[in-house]
Design a protein around this ligand. Structure first.
Ligand code: S3P
Length: 443
């Protein structure tokens, strides 16, 4: 998918954020809703789908493999091909910036009798795919990857594939999901052993579609088993709001004096909500209103008021449940009193950018005191004072770096220029409009 040309953007502080906004649909759940619907027999309906570039890349790839996916007034409808029914795509599958599309779809293709070539943008083409190539090769798929196990790569699926038991060497929901999705069309039982819990949307939603999925908790972690050649039944899915998108608004209201906002419809699956725990440990004021269930996931509206933060040692066991939120946590820490220590987050180095190096450089450029360590950052905060700002920062094709530094700009003396704000469209196209709305409501 061609990325829009780079778009520099300067943001500056204008006072408190107030009012209400509703965050868009969860990206992880949106990818899975499309994929599982595309494998069901019959028509599924999806409400609240995130219409960001990453999810649209998944939709385009599934269409290229035979699914009918249509947007209409009430949401999205998907006519599936049935498990085992994916068709040979005519062209390379362009995954744009999306690691989740790539790794989960590799899992699906691996156990179908088709060959697919996966390509992506400059960021995705640097990311390691060996972590999914290893288990999917054990299941019988054949790969021709670029050096270092990267995109572009060609994958020849095997049908029937071989069921395996795979112990995750890294805490990765994408790897777990790739193996489980390959298991959908594999005779017998495919198992994933997960020593450290990661987001469990695949397990929850596959069950909802009628697959036989069992989860056993053992002293060595969870064992997730899926019984293959599954038959998926079409569903009506309501996608809850994305906590990873809400994170930017929550930190923005926390650091900008006088702010008081409500962020509606925030998914609070415990495998995703680690940032809110960490921020509360720092002293943030985050109140859950109207806790409810949406599409089998816990959801609430969050009332967030400005609060003075204190630096903490971020508990490393929170890492998997806030892995995408570290960049914006670093921003919160830059305004805290004292030192924040974030270790055990080495996975950040292989995200859309090296998020440890990217945030050290960007925060350092706008006057924050940060020290980069191998597996995290040490940040000495301002004690609540604004950062100097007045610099241009590199967003490196990484939506979360762009949005984190946009949040930092809201409490800076001289504003911050993003060298390229366009990556925000991958996960949160409404981000700048929603920030403008919250700033406007204060006027
Ligand atoms: C995701 C899993 C995480 C996360 C990514 C979305 C998913 O990646 O960083 O944004 O939807 O499964 P890893 O599995 O690589 O940790």
């Amino acid at each position: 998918m061609a990325h829009p040309s780079s778009a520099p953007l300067t943001l500056s502080a204008v006072g408190p954020l107030t009012g209400r906004v509703r965050v868009p649909g969860d990206k992880s759940i949106s990818h899975r809703a499309l994929m599982f619907s595309a494998l069901a027999i019959g028509t599924s309906r999806i409400e609240g789908l995130l219409e960001g570039e990453d999810v649209l890349a998944t939709a385009a790839a599934l269409r290229a493999m035979g699914a009918t996916i249509v947007r209409d007034a009430g949401g999205w409808s998907v006519d599936g091909v049935g498990v085992g029914g994916l068709l040979q795509p005519a062209n390379a599958l362009d995954m744009g910036n999306s690691g989740t599309s790539t790794r989960l779809l590799m899992g699906l293709v691996a156990s179908h009798p088709i060959t697919a070539t996966f390509i992506g943008d400059a960021s995705l083409s640097k990311r390691p795919m060996g972590r999914v190539i290893a288990p999917l090769s054990q299941m019988g798929a054949d790969f021709t990857a670029s050096p270092g196990g990267r995109l572009p790569l060609m994958l020849r699926g095997l049908c029937p594939a071989i069921p395996i038991t795979y112990k995750l060497p890294v805490a990765s929901a994408q790897v777990k999901s790739a193996v489980l999705l390959a298991g959908l069309n594999t005779p017998g039982i495919t198992r994933v052993v997960e020593p450290v819990a990661t987001r469990d949307h695949s397990e929850r939603m596959l069950r909802g579609f009628g697959a036989e999925v069992s989860v056993e908790t053992t002293p060595h972690g969870k064992i997730i088993s899926i019984t293959g050649e599954a038959e998926l039944k079409p569903q009506h899915i309501v996608v809850p709001g994305d906590p990873s998108s809400a994170a930017f608004l929550v930190v923005a209201a926390t650091i900008v004096p006088g702010s008081d906002i409500v962020v509606e419809n925030v998914g609070l699956n415990p495998t995703r909500a680690g940032l809110f725990t960490a921020l509360r440990l720092m002293g943030a004021s985050i109140e859950e209103l109207d806790r409810r269930d949406v599409g089998g996931e816990p959801v609430a509206d969050l009332r967030v008021r400005h609060a003075a933060l204190t630096g903490i040692e971020v508990p490393p066991d929170l890492a998997p449940s806030m892995i995408d939120e570290y960049p914006v946590l670093f921003v919160a820490a830059a305004f805290a009193t004292g030192r924040t220590i974030a270790r055990g987050a080495e996975e950040l180095r292989v995200k859309e950018s090296d998020r440890i190096a990217a945030m050290a450089a960007a925060l350092g450029a706008v006057g924050a005191r940060v020290t980069e360590i191998e597996d995290g950052l040490l940040i000495d905060g301002t004690g609540g004072d604004p950062l100097p700002g007045g610099a241009t920062v590199a967003t490196l094709l990484d939506h979360r770096i762009a949005m984190s530094m946009a949040v930092a700009a809201l409490h800076c003396r001289a504003g911050i220029t993003l060298d390229d704000a366009s990556p925000v469209a991958t996960s949160y196209p409404a981000f700048f409009d929603q920030i403008a709305h919250l700033r406007g409501a204060a006027a």
